[in-house]
Each structure stands twice: as C-alpha cells, then as structure tokens.
Design a protein around this ligand. Sequence first.
Ligand code: OFO
Length: 169
Amino acid sequence: MIAQKMQKEINDQINAEFWSAYLYLSMSSWFTEQNLPGLANWMYVQYQEEMAHGMKMFRYIHERGGEVKLQPIAKVPTSWKSPSAAFDEVFKHEQKVTSLINKLMDTAVELKDYASISFLNWYIDEQVEEEANASDIYTTLKEIEKMPGALRMYDKEFASRKFVDETQE
Ligand code: OFO
C-alpha cells in the first residue's frame, strides 16, 4: 500500500503532467496558425508524451493499491511572441518539471519507499532528454527564425516525428 503523502504528491504530479500536455497542445495549435506544421507536429507528439507520463503515474497509484484523484487543469497560454519564445517557455517549464520530479524522489527516499524510488528513476532519466531537446531546438530557432527560408527548412525536420509510447514496459 502506498503512503498517503506519496500518493498525494504523485496525484499532484499527474495534474502537472496533464497541464504540460495541455500547454503543448496549445503550442501545437499556435504553430499550425504560424504555418509551421513540422513544429506543430513536434508539439502534438509532445502532448501525447505528456499524457503518457501522467497515465504511467495513474496506473502506478492503482498498482500500489492507492486512489487516483484527478484535479482541474489550469488555463494555459495561447500565443507566443515568436517560435523561439515558445521553446524558451518549453525549456523553462521542463526545468520546473525536473525540480518537481526531484521533490517526488526526495519524498520517496524520506519514506524509504523503494518501489517509488525505482518507479521515479524513469522520470529522472526522461527529464534529462526533455530539457536537452527543448534547449537544442530553442538555440537553433534563436539563430534562424529571422530567415524565413531557413525556418521553413528547419520546420520540415519535425514533420515526421511520431509518438512512441515509452512508458509501457
Ligand atoms: Fe513529463 O516531461 Fe515534460 O513535462
């Protein structure tokens, strides 16, 4: 049985993951409206990934005999000043999520909840990739977004990205 404190914090994180999904879906819509379908697709895949991150926690709480308590999803922004501004927000948001995951790990360690430590290790590794991806795209966009031709070419690189659910063992 999972401890109440751990259960509450994972429930809060499910909400944070679903909020991330909602943010990236909003960004996907905005990129579509900017005629950047590749980046819109990248964001749509990111939305699917965040839903899967939340659902992995959802299943875990049940596996541990706990209760899932879904909470309201707060409002998300709907427009950005530029493509790089959107990715700057992604990067900063992912840094925040990393700190939330680290706090969850602190609680698991404090409670000597070894199952949760093992479970959360997946998220610790995932956050390294999430931050690196956002930072790389931000850096490139910052350099090229004033050059329409280069921006269109770069956008095409993301058109074929497909969602692969890495949360299923
Ligand atoms: Fe779930 O990794 Fe992004 O937020």
